[in-house]
Design a binder for this molecule. Structure first.
Ligand SMILES: [Ca+2]
Ligand SMILES: [Ca+2]
Length: 313
């Protein structure tokens, strides 16, 4: 009798163990299955977000091309310069929204302008970059450091320069790029660059192919201030007021007393070639932040995308 009771006890415990084990296995399978579904949905939403961003980019191509046909100048009162309204994305399979913004990159300081046609550092542009940094309350040494970073030689500029001999002594060691920049985020690699200075600088600088002009109708206030030692904040305020409606009517007379003629006729312009699109697409819990650099050929020519990136410009 005792033996039968003992056997029943063992059978009961075994049955309980099997039930617990199958329950745990089933829960594990369900969890893994839920993760797989989530992963697949995230990949799908990301791909859908990318397609929507590319669609927005194509739409912006048309807006910029039409603007190039309709007007000879570019200013902040034009259609392309207003933020794109948040558009809903809503169909049977996708629900979300897309927001976009176009910025004129000819309104920024092109780091590659630091080099002249022969690849040597242009002292006037270097001085302009120093004024830009000073206006932003950032150490002006970064102008010389940036010039050394992109010029082809290994001769550190004085007093503010650094070449491989400095960078290879850092931990971790790295080398100067020694070529024109393709992306401004590379400035973060400059010796001593900190996040605060970098974030303050970023909205005012760009990295465009070769030397480019500055569109005074769209230039950031700090870029305007960098054009000459004669520019102070109050002068820039009056300039912003003058260009508010539809840009400056006459660059030569407006800037004649403020900026050297060589700058007026060699650097300043009223129209733009390069634009940056930032599109943010939200699908379910997935957000795609998409940047592209667009080149518009003059006189109503086509618009092409020359650079694309995700997350950062
Ligand atoms: Ca225009
Ligand atoms: Ca160099």
């Amino acid at each position: 009798m005792k033996q039968i009771k003992k056997n029943r006890g063992v059978a009961l415990i075994t049955a309980m163990l099997i039930t617990a084990l199958t329950g745990s296995l089933a829960a594990g399978l369900a969890w893994n299955n839920a993760l797989d579904v989530r992963r697949t949905m995230t990949l799908l939403f990301h791909e859908q977000g990318m397609q929507i961003a590319l669609g927005a980019e194509s739409w912006i191509h048309n807006i910029l091309r039409d603007d190039g046909i309709d007007s000879q100048t570019d200013h902040l009162g034009e259609l392309w310069a207003s933020d794109l309204p948040g558009l809903p994305v809503d169909n049977d399979s996708v629900q979300g929204a897309v927001n976009g913004k176009i910025e004129d990159l000819n309104g920024r300081f092109n780091i590659n302008n630091l080099l002249d046609a022969n690849g040597r550092v242009n002292p006037d542009t270097l001085a302009q970059f120093e004024r830009l940094l000073q206006a932003l309350d950032i150490d002006i040494k970064f102008a010389g450091l940036a010039a050394d970073w992109i010029d082809a030689d290994q001769d550190a500029g004085l007093p503010n320069g650094a070449e491989d001999s400095i960078y290879t002594g850092l931990i971790p060691p790295y080398q100067t790029f020694n070529k024109p920049l393709t992306n401004v985020t590379e400035l973060f690699a400059l010796e001593g660059m900190d996040k605060l200075s970098f974030d303050r600088l970023l909205p005012h600088v760009t990295a465009l192919p070769g030397r480019t002009s500055i569109n005074v109708n769209t230039a950031t206030p700090t870029v305007l201030q960098s054009l000459s030692m004669n520019m102070d904040e109050s002068t820039v305020e009056s300039l912003l007021f003058l260009r508010e409606e539809s840009g400056f009517t006459d660059i030569a007379s407006t800037f004649g007393t403020l900026v050297d003629n060589a700058v007026i006729f060699g650097l300043l312009t009223e129209s733009s070639e390069y634009f940056q699109l930032k599109a943010v697409v939200q699908i379910d819990t997935v957000r795609v932040t998409y940047f592209s650099v667009l080149l518009r050929t003059p006189n109503g020519g086509p618009v092409t995308t020359i650079l694309r990136s995700l997350g950062t410009p």
